[in-house]
Design a protein around this ligand. Structure first.
Ligand SMILES: Nc1nc2c(ncn2[C@@H]2O[C@H](COP(=O)(O)OP(=O)(O)OP(=O)(O)O)[C@@H](O)[C@H]2O)c(=O)[nH]1
Ligand SMILES: [Mg+2]
Length: 327
């Protein structure tokens, strides 16, 4: 059978097989991705990230359902950079997302770390590309935490939802630095908890401080309305959700759609696509150039240079020069 033609025609088994090939970096993965590239670029990719247990998987399931209610098809990728094993936390995801299975408009895939985090980010981007080519309208990508790996994975998303939950102690401390930069939408999940409003207020305060720092104090009464601002910037909305009951999830979906429109209308979508393309090329080139260079070295050369640097016989720049000179 023709894997690519079947996949493009919507065959789920072909899709599952193509994803496995890409994830395993099988010999034909590169040809597969090359053939699919021209069919990508239609899906809107939505990243969900946040601390462990904030309810991301539950929210992904609820959001997928909310999208299905509007007729959109949804691909789901659950990425766990902390787990070297498939299974474990992902097994819980599978149980939680089980009620979505059987809907032909939904496809769910879990991925765990194999080797490097950089490898995971690239594999995730490739799996997103396969789902995009297969015609899914929206692709939801769940990652745990807000570290560099998540930022890398988030760079594959058009819209990033940062999921917070109340009850993590000191709210401002619990909301990690860096989330303001990557969040397009905040979801304060577990809004059934009494202290959810404290989390909302902590986020609003952080946003106020950030905008005061960049633009001076907000003019006029009250906080700025979220969404597109007069200066063209986007102020992330803060949406309260109860993922377990599906509450607030339609509002969350609608904010994601508004952000998607904002990206298109402001020209930022094209800029993000350029940035994604540049990052993909950069990653591939770095990997390939390094792998090619190292493959040409005799086995003992690299350890010898490393030992020389550590022993202060050689500085690392000179070692790099030496490697590049005779390769
Ligand atoms: N009270 C309450 N519990 C929730 C809500 N959403 C999720 N939970 C519960 O929180 C727990 C963790 O939910 P998950 O969806 O697995 O959270 P997660 O962020 O995906 O967790 P990891 O992937 O392990 O980081 C589960 O027991 C959920 O049932 C909510 O809105 N309210
Ligand atoms: Mg999860």
């Amino acid at each position: 059978m023709d894997l690519i033609a079947d996949l493009l025609a919507g065959n789920r088994r072909a899709l599952a097989r193509a994803i496995s090939r890409v994830e395993d970096r099988a010999d034909d993965a590169r040809g597969l991705l090359a053939a699919l590239h021209g069919h990508t670029g239609r899906a809107h990719v939505i990243g969900l990230t946040g601390a462990p247990g904030t309810g991301k998987s539950t929210l992904v399931s609820a959001l997928a359902r909310a999208y299905r209610a509007t007729g959109r098809t949804v691909g789901v990728v659950a990425v766990d950079p902390t787990s070297p094993f498939s299974g474990g936390a992902l097994l819980g995801d599978r149980v939680r997302m089980r009620d979505l299975a059987g809907d032909p408009g939904i496809f769910i895939r879990s991925m765990a770390t194999r080797g490097s985090l950089g490898g995971l980010a690239r594999a995730t981007a490739d799996v997103i590309a396969v789902l995009d080519a297969a015609g899914f309208d929206r692709i939801l990508v769940e990652t745990v935490g807000v570290g560099q790996a998540e930022v890398d994975i988030a760079s594959a998303a058009h819209t990033t939802i940062v999921v917070e939950a109340p009850g993590l102690g000191d709210e401002v401390q619990a909301i990690k630095a860096g989330v303001l930069e990557i969040a397009d939408v905040f979801a304060v999940n577990k809004a059934d908890r009494a202290d959810a409003d404290r989390t909302v207020m902590a986020l609003q305060m952080m946003q106020g401080l950030a905008s005061a720092g960049h633009h001076g104090p907000q003019p006029g009464p009250g906080p700025a309305q979220p969404g597109p601002q007069a200066d063209g910037a986007w102020l992330p909305p803060i949406v309260k959700t109860i993922a377990t009951e599906g509450r607030g999830v339609e509002a969350l979906r609608d904010w994601v759609e508004q952000h998607a429109r904002y990206l298109r209308d402001s020209g930022q979508l094209a800029r993000r696509e350029q940035a994604r393309a540049a990052a993909a090329l950069d990653h591939i080139l770095r990997d390939r150039l390094l792998a090619d260079l190292l493959a040409r070295q005799p086995a003992e050369r690299l350890p010898a240079l490393v030992a020389a640097i550590a022993g202060r016989a050689l500085d690392p720049y000179a070692a790099a020069d030496a490697l590049l000179a005779d390769s």
